[in-house]
Structure formats: structure tokens, C-alpha cells
Write a protein that binds this ligand. Structure first.
Ligand code: ATP
Ligand code: MG
Ligand code: MG
Length: 383
């Protein structure tokens, strides 16, 4: 149906689920990543490239084989994306990816467009004196963050008192850093936004629960949040995404403050963990939405309306290499309502995203009830 070919930088779990959507529509996606990357395992054609998605030469080679280049990860080389953008479409734009991949630049950009974010200060030097200075301006605690290469909370260090300064610099001191005012939120929300060629659509506002800065659970829609607030969250997410360039899906993470005001935490220029639930819960998954957006295929509001409430639980690597496989096995034995997705990443390492489970319910309480035993199982294997 669609003869355009997509080139994808990165073939991890997001790429794999993107391929699932593309396969169903017979759309060819050429992946650049290590041999046997999770996305390549489900796509048997000879258009893939082995190599690093950060390697400019490999990106150029890939770009010669496709009509649109896109990403499953923002930590890519945007110089080469800028270079190739004269010959091939790059979606979302390299400018968007470049701005977003530096979290401080991302925040400055949002603030310039009157989108509220946590107050942020760049560090002029990675020293105790500089931490004292930002601590005086932002107050304690604050969150010290790596400007670049951050994911799954690995670039974050909560600085609770001056006795944490040394530890924070030891953990993150090799990276460019900025400090963020502590957000005393009552809940974290996320909205997947689809930016097409002439429309911007929002999936519902979902509730995300993080443990040690890594996403654990997603409740779609957010529980016990009045629709006046979820609507505000959707509007804010659309406004935030609209100030970036290009097409695709974007994951917008937000803090819901004690006074019900909203702040943007960060934006991902790609499919996102908080949108996995859309595979089962919506007519159009976030992956299909990304495909439709970057290829200028039809999009409409119907696709982003969930059929029923859902809960998504991440399967993270635990203490043993087999931990994730054990969780998956228990889930398949417990109920066929539990939709298990494993990413085929091999052995589990602690904290690594290995798979996820989604369940739909006729009510949120039903979905929660079905997921509850699995939350106990993942808590058990993490110990
Ligand atoms: P991701 O995997 O979502 O890309 P990341 O490594 O980019 O994660 P952030 O999203 O910046 O990290 O932070 C991870 C989590 O840490 C947030 O979801 C939130 O729970 C907590 N957090 C981040 N910033 C703050 C803050 N300013 N105040 C309080 N908690 C925060
Ligand atoms: Mg991030
Ligand atoms: Mg985040």
C-alpha cells in the first residue's frame, strides 16, 4: 500500500514495536543497529545495516536506502542528520532532536515558547562551589541532571543536602550538568502527542509511577484526576510539541503540582514507554501513529481514543539474568488478559527494560485487580 521506505536509527524495544506496526501495513523499515538488535529479529529482509546509529558513515549509508529517516532514540548524531536532510526527509527534524537531546537546551526552548518547566540552571563548572551557588538559588533539595545522554534516570542525582555535593559530582561529574528545582509533585502525568503534517492530536493523560527515577507503571487514564486537569495536560502537551519542528509522535512527561498546576518535565521526540498501552488500548498505537505522521498518511481523532482503561507494568531486569523471563512466564500463566511483550534482549541486567505487560479492564478497578498479582511478582524479583 505504501511504497516509501523508512530508515530507523536504533533497533531496541521501541524500534521492535515500531516494526510490528510497520509489518502489519507492509511498510519496509531499514534498521541501523547492532546485529540481532530486537527490532531486526522480527524483520526478515536484506535492507538492515549493522553498526552504530551514532556512526555518521553508517547513517549516510542507511539514508541512501530510504525516503524518511526517523529515530527510536534521541541520543543520535544530529550533525549527520542535518547533512543528509538535504537529500532525504528526517522526521522529526534534526533541529528538534538536537534541541531535545540537551535537556537544558530543551528547557530553555520550552520557556522561550511560554511552556512551564521546572526552574533550571546550567552549571558553569562541576565543582562543589558551583553546587553551593545553585543550591542557594534553587533551594534544597534539587535534582542534579546530566544535560545529555540521560535515560531511565541514569543521569539524575537527587541532592538533598550539602553533604550530597561530593557524591553527586562523583556520580555525574564527567558530564555537562544542570540543576533543576525540586518538583514536589502529587502525581506524574504523561501525554503522547501525534504531530502530523497539518494536525496535532493528543492521546489521554496517563499516570506514570517511577521507582528510583525509572518508569514502573502506567495507568491510562490517570486515576482520580478530574477531566478539567487531564484536558489541561493534553492542551499543555500539544502546545509544547507544537513549538518543535517536524513530524512524529512525542512523549510528554509532566508534573502535576500540589496546587494542580502543571510543569513539563521532559519531552521525547519518539514513541515512549508511557505510550505502550496504546498497542492494545487504542485503535491506533503510538507506533502506527508515528509511522502515519512521518509518512503523511491519514490521521484522525478516532485513533487516539482508548476503548477501555488499562494498566501497563514494566518488566525490569532483577537480581538474576533469568528474572525477566520468570516474570513473563508467571504472567502468561496467570491470565490471558495479561498481554505480555518481551523485547528479546537476552539476559536481564538489574534495572534494564526487558519487557512489559498491558491489561485492559471494563473499569480501571478491574484492570488494577488483574495487574495486582504481577506487581507483587516484579517487586519480588527486583529484591
Ligand atoms: P527517561 O527514561 O524518562 O528519559 P530520564 O533519565 O530522562 O528518564 P527524567 O525524566 O528527567 O530522567 O527523570 C526521571 C524521574 O525522576 C522523573 O520521572 C521523576 O520521577 C524524577 N524527577 C525528575 N526531575 C525531577 C525534579 N525536578 N524533581 C523531582 N523529581 C524529579
Ligand atoms: Mg529522558
Ligand atoms: Mg523522563
Amino acid at each position: 500500500m505504501e511504497s516509501k521506505v523508512v530508515g530507523l536509527l536504533g533497533g531496541g524495544q521501541l524500534g521492535r514495536m515500531f516494526l510490528e506496526a510497520a509489518n502489519r501495513l507492509n511498510i519496509k523499515v531499514n534498521v541501523l543497529d547492532a546485529p540481532n538488535a530486537p527490532a531486526k529479529q522480527i524483520s526478515n529482509h536484506d535492507g538492515h545495516f549493522d553498526g552504530s546509529f551514532k556512526d555518521p558513515e553508517a547513517v549516510k549509508k542507511l539514508s541512501k536506502t530510504c525516503d524518511v529517516v526517523t529515530v527510536e532514540i534521541e541520543h543520535v548524531n544530529t550533525q549527520v542528520l542535518e547533512e543528509i536532510s538535504g537529500e532525504v526527509a528526517v522526521e522529526p527534524s534534526w533541529k528538534t532532536i538536537r534541541t531535545i537531546q540537551d535537556k537544558y537546551a530543551q528547557k530553555e526552548h520550552l520557556q522561550k515558547h511560554n511552556v512551564a518547566t521546572a526552574e533550571s540552571l546550567p552549571l558553569e563548572s562541576n565543582t562543589v562551589e558551583e553546587l553551593e551557588k545553585v543550591g542557594q538559588k534553587l533551594g534544597l533539595p534539587f535534582m542534579l541532571k546530566s544535560r545529555t545522554e540521560a535515560y531511565d534516570g541514569r543521569g539524575n542525582y537527587p541532592v538533598k543536602s550539602s553533604s550530597d555535593f561530593e557524591g553527586a559530582l562523583k556520580a555525574l561529574g564527567q558530564k555537562p550538568l544542570y540543576a533543576e528545582k525540586w518538583a514536589n509533585f502529587k502525581m506524574e502525568l504523561a501525554v503522547m502527542v501525534v504531530k502530523g503534517k497539518d494536525q496535532v492530536l493528543a492521546y489521554p493523560a496517563v499516570e506514570t509511577i517511577h521507582e528510583d527515577s525509572i518508569c514502573k507503571l502506567v495507568y491510562a487514564p490517570a486515576r482520580n484526576v478530574p477531566s478539567s486537569i487531564t484536558k489541561k495536560a493534553q492542551e499543555l502537551a500539544k502546545k509544547a510539541v507544537s513549538c518543535f519542528w517536524g513530524k512524529g509522535v512525542f512523549g510528554v512527561e509532566m508534573f502535576l503540582n500540589q496546587d494542580d498546576s502543571l510543569l513539563i518535565n521532559e519531552i521525547a521526540p519518539r514513541p515512549h514507554n508511557s505510550g505502550h498501552y496504546t498497542i492494545e488500548a487504542c485503535p491506533m498505537s503510538q507506533y502506527e501513529a508515528h509511522l502515519r505522521a512521518i509518512l503523511d498518511l491519514h490521521l484522525d481523532e478516532e485513533g487516539v481514543q482508548p476503548y477501555r482503561p488499562s494498566v501497563m507494568l514494566n518488566i525490569l531486569g532483577g537480581a538474576s539474568p533469568q528474572s525477566a523471563a520468570e516474570v513473563a512466564k508467571k504472567a502468561t500463566e496467570q491470565s490471558t488478559a495479561l498481554r505480555v511483550h518481551m523485547y528479546a534482549k537476552g539476559d536481564a541486567r538489574p534495572g534494564r527494560k526487558m519487557g512489559h505487560i498491558t491489561v485492559l479492564g471494563s473499569s480501571m478497578a478491574k484492570a488494577e485487580g488483574l495487574m495486582k498479582p504481577m506487581i507483587d511478582v516484579v517487586d519480588e524479583v527486583r529484591r
